[in-house]
Design a protein around this ligand. Structure first.
Ligand code: SF4
Length: 405
C-alpha cells in the first residue's frame, strides 16, 4: 500500500482494523501520546492512523464495536466521518457527534452490496441507490446479522460544514435531497437581491470556473444580465489551487484560467466566485481581466467573509493566511484590485441551504466553533494575532492550548 493513502490498517494482540477517514482531528497531541505507548513501532503519517489506533484500543478494552465507537466519539475532538472493516468482515461507518463532514449510505440495485460515501455522487456513478445521510453520532454496521443503525451518542448540536455547499462538495451531489448546484444557484440569486445598486452598474456576468458557474446561473436568472462564458478553464491543469503553496497557487490559476478578451473589453463585470481565502488567486484573475480591458470588476462571493481558521479539515488553519481575518470587504477589494467585493450574507447562505443556523458549522465566518478545544485554540491565537504574533504553522499543532491538550 502507498504511504499516506487510505484505508489505513492497525493490529494489536490479534485484533485488526482497516479504516478510512474524512475530516481533521483537533486534539492530535493528546491522542498521539495515548496511542504511541501501544503503537511505538508504527509511524504516524496522518489523522486516519490516530483514529484507527484509538478505535482498535477501545475495541480491545470494551470487546464490542459500539462501545469502542462511543469512546472515540467522546474522546476525539474534531470532524470525522469514518468507514472501516473489522477482521471478522463487519463493515461499519460512523460520524462525529456534530456531523461536521458528510457521510451517506447506499445499496446496489440487488441489495446485495452496501456502500458508504462522503457524497451521493459516487453512489450515483457506481449505480448505487442512496439510502440516507448518517446522523451526527450515528454508527451503522453491516454484518452477517444484517444492517444496523445505532445512535451511539446524543449529539449536542448538529454542525454540518457550510463550506461544503459553497466550495467543497461536487455540484451533482445531494444533501438532504437537494442538489448542491441548486443551492449554489440560489446563492447567486441572493447576492443579486442583496446588492441591487451593483447589479444596476454592471453589463455582464462572468464566472470563475467551476465553482463560480452555478452561482452565475442564479445571478443571471435574478438580474437578467447576460452570462458570458468569457473565462475558460484549461482542461489539463487539474490541481486544486486551494491546497497548493503560495507561488504554485498563483501560477496554477494563471495557467488554468484563460480570458476571452473580446468579451470583457470595455465591460463592467460581475464575477462570481465561491470564496476568498488568501485573496492571491482572485487577485491574479482580476489582473487578467483588467489586462483584457475590463472597465469594472465586481466580485460576487457566495461564501461570506472568512474571518477565522478551520480546524475540521479545510486547509485554512491560521489567521495570518486569511485576508478576511483583519480586512473588511472594502479593504479586500482594494488589495485584490476589485471595484467592490460583495459577499453573500450569512443569513442568505443559511436560508439557501435549507438548514438553520444551529444545524451548520459557520465557525470560520462567525468565530463560534462547535467543539470546545477548537474554540479555546481559536480564542488564544486570535488574541496573539491581534498583538502581532507571527503564527508558525497550523494553530492546532502549535498553540499553547494544543500543547496542553
Ligand atoms: S470552520 Fe468553516 S470550513 Fe471548517 S468545518 Fe466549519 S464551516 Fe466548514
Amino acid at each position: 500500500m502507498l504511504e499516506g493513502t487510505q484505508p489505513v490498517t492497525a493490529s494489536i494482540d490479534g485484533l485488526k482494523l482497516a479504516l478510512s477517514f474524512n475530516g481533521n482531528i483537533v486534539n492530535t497531541r493528546q491522542l498521539r501520546n495515548e496511542t504511541n505507548k501501544r503503537f511505538a513501532d508504527l509511524p504516524y503519517t496522518c489523522d486516519s492512523d490516530l483514529v484507527c489506533r484509538k478505535l482498535l484500543l477501545e475495541v480491545k478494552e470494551h470487546k464490542d464495536l459500539t462501545s469502542a465507537v462511543s469512546e472515540c466519539m467522546k474522546n476525539i475532538d474534531g470532524a470525522f466521518s469514518v468507514t472501516g472493516i473489522t477482521e471478522d468482515g463487519d463493515f461499519f461507518a460512523f460520524k462525529d457527534p456534530h456531523g461536521i463532514k458528510p457521510l451517506c449510505a447506499g445499496h446496489s440495485p440487488d441489495e446485495a452490496t452496501y456502500a458508504f460515501s462522503s457524497e451521493t455522487v459516487s453512489l450515483d456513478m457506481n449505480g448505487f441507490e442512496r439510502d440516507f445521510e448518517l446522523e451526527p453520532g450515528e454508527l451503522v454496521t453491516v454484518s452477517k446479522d444484517g444492517f444496523k443503525r445505532e445512535q451511539v451518542i446524543k449529539n449536542p448540536r448538529k454542525a454540518f460544514c457550510a463550506f461544503e455547499y459553497a466550495y467543497f462538495a461536487r455540484p451533482d451531489s445531494r444533501f438532504d435531497g437537494k442538489y448542491v448546484y441548486e443551492i449554489r444557484e440560489e446563492f447567486g440569486r441572493n447576492i443579486v437581491r442583496e446588492y441591487p445598486e451593483i447589479v444596476e452598474d454592471s453589463d455582464i456576468i462572468l464566472s470563475v470556473p467551476e465553482t463560480g458557474d452555478d452561482p452565475a446561473m442564479g445571478v443571471h436568472e435574478e438580474s437578467g444580465l447576460r452570462w458570458e462564458r468569457a473565462s475558460r478553464r484549461h482542461r489539463y491543469v487539474t490541481e486544486r489551487a486551494f491546497i497548493l503553496l503560495n507561488r504554485e497557487r498563483c501560477s496554477t490559476i494563471d495557467r488554468k484560467i484563460n480570458i476571452l478578451g473580446s468579451k470583457v473589453d470595455g465591460k463592467r463585470l460581475i464575477v462570481t466566485e465561491d470564496s476568498i481565502v488568501r485573496g492571491d488567486t482572485t487577485k491574479v484573475t482580476i489582473g487578467k481581466l483588467r489586462s483584457a480591458g475590463a472597465k469594472k470588476v465586481y466580485m460576487f462571493v457566495t461564501f461570506p467573509r472568512i474571518i477565522g481558521p478551520c480546524f475540521y479539515g479545510i486547509d485554512m488553519s491560521t489567521y495570518g493566511q486569511l485576508i478576511g481575518s483583519d480586512h473588511s470587504a472594502e479593504e479586500i477589494a482594494k488589495i485584490i484590485g476589485a471595484d467592490a467585493v460583495c459577499y453573500q450574507s450569512i443569513d442568505g447562505l443559511v436560508r439557501a441551504t435549507g438548514q438553520t443556523r444551529d444545524q451548520l458549522c459557520l465557525a470560520c465566518i462567525t468565530g463560534k466553533y462547535p467543539t470546545p478545544l477548537a474554540q479555546k485554540m481559536a480564542d488564544e491565537m486570535k488574541k496573539k494575532f491581534i498583538k502581532g504574533y507571527e503564527e508558525k504553522g497550523r494553530i492546532y499543532e502549535t498553540c499553547e492550548t494544543s500543547q496542553q491538550a
